[in-house]
Design a binder for this molecule. Sequence first.
Ligand code: GLC
Length: 411
Amino acid sequence: MHPHKQDWFNESKLCMFIHYGLYSQIGRGEWTQFYDKMPHEEVEALARTFDPKNFDAEELVLLAKNAGFRYACLTSRHHEGFCLFDSKVSDFTSVKYMGRDLLREFVEACRKHDMKVAVYYSLLDWRYKGYFDYQKHPESKASMVQQAFDQVREILTNYGKIDYLWFDGGWYEGVPGGAIRGKLLSEFWDSPRLLEMIYSLQPDILVNDRTGEPGDVTTPEQQTGASGDERYSEACMTIGDRQGWGFIQNNNLRPFPFILQNIIVQLSFGGNFNLNIGPMADGSLRDGERQLLTQLGSWMEKNSESVYGTGRAPAGVISVMGEFTTKGNDLYWHIFRWPHRGEAILSGLRKKVTRVTLLASGKEYPFEQQAYGRLIVKDIPLLAPDAVDTVFKIECTDEPTPADPGTYGIL
Ligand code: GLC
């Protein structure tokens, strides 16, 4: 399956991931039922107490938009099997238990606020014995696979245009080597046929790499990374401790510099970034998560030109002070570690620089270009204009730069 390309994806760059489900009531993350070996009756009881009274999709989407995200992704059904959407093939849904189609509220809020729609769907479902031992329970395994086909069809038929289908849970207990990608999984889920159905229903949709097939988007998790091929790469990361995709009481939120600098590193690979939040039981968000989103929004307000629609750092350009993104001939220098000698130096830039400005203010700075693609930006402030990521916009043309005098300077 050749990867699909959609211009909106590279333009958007930033996604807000929302993990919300029955598990949000427990406060120990979305795997609690598995780790605690909760009997299904207890899980079903969670469905009866689930009360998303403060789950306000429009508020979450506006939080995402104001933070600079351009698409958002809601867990429509996680490994626990509980659907946040209406399904004819399951009674274990938010519609049947509390009369709310949370996925519909989410997609409508996204479209109202011009956000692209991504939907997370877990292929596996812990309610099926066939997940835990598909050889011993072949019928259960078959009905779990059928549920996936039926529910993906429902999501792609009943909820309007879905821009990106974010699969997860494409493995099964006992899969050799604990694989979470690859041919074995593709056979288990009959993924080529699943993808054929998906693209027949929504030809422009993007699909990630977690059905066992490569899909259109690689999804490095809790780390940054390029796709290594012509597919998109989208790194996903929790806003707090590693285990906390779903709400975890008292989990430590990551510091803002860690979040922003990981976003920029991922963009320097030419990739996208998917930052996860985990609403609490009633659907509301912790203040700490709101604050981090607000901090990101403030930074994006002045620097989004160095994010949206950018490409990977140009080969050979190096600086220990930070990372690079590009747009056409222009280079955005993201400086995380501000130099205290009144000048900033990079090397390897083989384009003629015509102008250097501080992106946030437009203030112009003198500069000098030397051999080895060396660029020295001069008279810069002693203190970093932005303590986390100060961006210089370096406007360039394709004209040649000063020739290198033979061997490298110090050799
Ligand atoms: C892992 C976790 C899953 C989470 C996903 C997000 O697969 O097991 O719970 O939804 O990462 O990428």
